[in-house]
Design a protein around this ligand. Structure first.
Ligand code: ATP
Length: 281
């Protein structure tokens, strides 16, 4: 596979600093979400969560299964029709379905099997109505950046799982939305491929400067990628801790595994996670 290219011309990663003095890109205040409110099966999924992300910040949500991480992402996209209490803003506006300010990436690559890598990378732009020439040129550029330049004409069945997630990354970044919501995008990958894709995501994020909410069960991944890690309790999901990850950037995900600061953060987050899980047992 060809190496990712096209990133070197852009700003070096160490210059990436979230604009903490600007109005937040994402602002969630006192969010409470109850599914099936008023019925016998009502589920309190999220309880009084407040969270804000500065432009360009990379924030991970970690917490036990069912604590409401995906629910928070879905609320940001406007996909959830059910009533939620509290206030949610994306770039100052309430969530709305089809908001072009948001790109969403999931664990499964969800590539369309009858489309080539190029057409898959261009798919989101097609849905958004961009002219053919523009979407093709952007898709090619992004495929190049994720190291799939030579695979533009291949169909998903000819790509490995890691390559399919590269293609999904290309599709996500090609949308050029200022906000990325990523729900365990590397959750189904083997450990080695995962590290490679994490490095690639860091390069893309540094070059394209997006605000990212990243959901993961993998504390090492959360530390390696994030500016902050939000630890949630077991359901109903509450914020247990908001931990700044003050490791210098650019980060080499592999080298971090041998850095004592990384291990200290891991131990701290693990403790918080266990406390949050125990609080509701
Ligand atoms: N549409 C729905 N109707 C009813 N309950 C729901 C719905 N969606 C989610 N829930 C419930 O809300 C809670 C939070 O779910 P959510 O998927 O947000 O958790 P999560 O933290 O993303 O879990 P996981 O880590 O396992 O993906 C769960 O108890 C789930 O069963």
């Amino acid at each position: 596979m060809s190496r990712p290219v096209g990133l070197a011309q852009t700003a070096p990663a160490h210059e990436h600093i979230a604009a903490v003095n600007l109005p937040p890109t994402i602002a969630i205040r006192d969010l409470t979400m109850r599914f099936g409110a008023g019925t016998a099966d009502a589920v309190l999924a999220v309880d009084n969560v407040s969270l804000s992300l500065a432009p360009g910040e990379f924030v991970s949500l970690v917490g036990p299964s069912g604590c409401g991480k995906t629910t928070i992402l879905n609320l940001l996209t406007g996909l959830l029709k059910e009533e939620a209490d509290g206030d949610v803003r994306v770039l100052g506006r309430p969530p709305r379905e089809g908001n072009p300010d948001i790109a969403y990436m999931l664990a499964r690559d969800s590539l369309l099997p009858w489309r080539t890598a190029l057409d898959n990378a261009a798919f989101g732009m097609e849905v958004r109505g961009l002219p053919r020439r523009e979407r093709e040129s952007r898709a090619r550029d992004l495929l190049q950046q994720v190291g799939l330049g030579d695979f533009a004409d291949k169909f998903p069945k000819a790509l490995s799982h890691g390559m399919r997630q590269r293609c999904a990354l290309a599709r996500t970044f090609a949308l050029d939305s200022p906000v990325l919501l990523m729900d365990e995008p590397f959750g189904a990958l083997d450990a080695q491929t995962k590290l490679t894709l994490e490095d690639l995501l860091m390069q893309l994020w540094s070059a394209h400067r997006k605000t990212v909410v990243f959901v993961t069960h993998d504390l090492a991944e959360a530390i390696a990628l994030s500016d902050r890690v939000i630890v949630m309790s077991a359901r109903p999901g509450r914020i247990v801790a908001d931990v700044a990850i003050d490791l210098p950037r650019p980060r080499d995900v592999r080298k971090l595994q041998t850095d004592h600061r990384f291990h200290d953060l891991y131990a701290k987050l693990w403790r918080l996670l266990e406390q949050g899980a125990a609080a509701h047992e």
